[in-house]
Design a protein around this ligand. Structure first.
Ligand SMILES: *Cc1c(COP(=O)(O)O)cnc(C)c1O
Length: 398
């Protein structure tokens, strides 16, 4: 394991001044237990070899790294994709859900609990629960349940119980509160499984470690294909898990790392979700990070065409690496995202998730401006889930 990964976070779960654990004492006791268990179990030979086997035989890893010859030939640069869209269930989220599920099994837990916004994390966790024979309880705002019908049906088919959350704005933030409450009532038989590199310690570290496989594979594959490392690696940043997964594989190399956030419809409050670019340090959901805030210092309303990116904060590790300058952050708008969505579909035959299309958009610009340089994109998911929305709203572009 890279020296960097051993050094961060520190013993208390801080990445520099970010992260940590700002939660009630009764929850802290549970988090401490999970942290201790994670440090010992995840290093054991049995755990490592079982996870390796699951990745190979159930998830279909390694996923390929692919050279976009058509898209590249229209620019002067070279664009490569790490194909997490080909991971089972069609996105990178299963990487950490299978890790969390396996940890639950080793801890003797009977049940996994989580929140979901658009339903992507809920589907990935329900898949892991089915595999491990665990009960699965997913908390979801009523507004999201109405909007994301196919994912609700998927979760139910996979055997999960979907708990509608009916208070407040009835979306992701309330779903997190509700899931934490349910977990606190039953911390002995259940375990909370978070959906990104966010939340109190040890989650940002655990999720990063489970996603690290993406970066390790991509680095090896890229070297094998080209005999060199990429000039730039890029990924979209919501909570930041797919980005930390691929970036962590290159963190000790002389490779530029660029996170792409959604600038949405405009830079007015409520029209975007670019927390790394425009946020200020604050605490939400038990950890300290850059946070988009309103005048009162409360979490600002956020928006992106890609529902997986609309969270007012980002993982603490991103915040530290922004401050040190190791990772650069930029933005792509809804319009940029759609251009990339249509282009990759039409030119390469790959329909990307709207989240991933933000990173593809950056790569297309980079390739146009940087002759002969190479850019590797983490294609975090496939776009099947977005097709109906895009076509109903924007049509099929010629
Ligand atoms: C959820 C999701 C994201 C955003 O989450 P991160 O933790 O920032 O990776 C990105 N892409 C896809 C396909 C997703 O489902």
């Amino acid at each position: 394991m890279a020296e960097y990964l051993k050094k961060h976070p520190d013993q208390k779960g801080f990445f520099g001044e970010y992260g940590g654990s700002f939660i009630p004492p009764e929850l802290q006791a549970e988090m401490d237990k999970i942290t201790d268990a994670y440090y010992s179990i995840s290093k054991s030979h049995d755990f490592i070899s079982e996870l390796r086997s699951i990745r190979k035989h159930f998830q279909g890893r390694p996923t390929p790294t692919y050279f976009c010859k058509n898209l590249s030939s229209r620019t002067n640069g070279r664009i490569y994709l790490k194909r997490e869209d080909l991971n089972h269930t069609g996105a990178h989220k299963l990487n950490h859900c299978m890790g969390e599920g396996l940890l639950a099994k080793y801890l003797g837990k009977k049940k996994v609990i989580a929140e979901t916004g658009a339903g992507q994390h809920g589907v990935a966790l329900a898949t892991a629960a089915a595999y491990f024979g665990l009960e699965c309880e997913i908390h979801m705002g009523e507004v999201d349940i109405a909007k994301e019908h196919p994912n609700v049906v998927r979760m139910k088919l996979l055997g999960a119980k979907v708990v509608p959350v009916t208070h407040g704005l009835k979306t992701l933030k309330e779903a997190v509160d509700s899931a934490f409450e349910a977990y606190l009532k039953d911390p002995v038989t259940a375990i909370y499984c978070i959906g990104s590199v966010v939340g109190p310690h040890p989650f940002p570290m655990m999720v990063r470690d489970f996603q690290h496989v993406v970066g390790v594979e991509a680095r090896e594959q890229f070297l094998e294909m080209t005999g060199e490392l990429p000039d730039t690696v890029t990924a979209c940043v919501g909570g930041g898990s797919n980005a930390m997964g691929i970036f962590s594989g290159f963190i000790e190399d002389d490779v530029r790392l660029v996170g792409v956030e959604p600038s949405g419809r405009s830079l007015k409050m409520g029209d975007h979700a670019a927390s790394m670019s425009y946020g200020k340090p604050g605490v939400l959901h038990g950890f300290r990070s850059y946070l988009l805030q309103d005048e009162k210092g409360d979490p600002a309303p956020v928006y992106s065409i890609a529902s997986g990116l609309d969270y007012p904060g980002s993982g603490p590790e991103h915040c530290m690496l922004k401050d040190t300058g190791r990772i650069e952050y930029t933005t792509a708008s809804d319009a940029d995202c759609l251009d990339a969505f249509y282009s990759l579909s039409r030119i390469e035959g790959i329909i990307p998730a709207l989240e991933s299309a933000h990173a593809v958009s950056y790569a297309m610009k980079y390739a146009a401006e940087n002759p002969r340089k190479s850019v590797l994109v983490n294609l975090s998911g496939r776009g099947d889930k977005d097709i109906d929305f895009v076509v109903d709203t924007y049509g099929v572009r010629e």
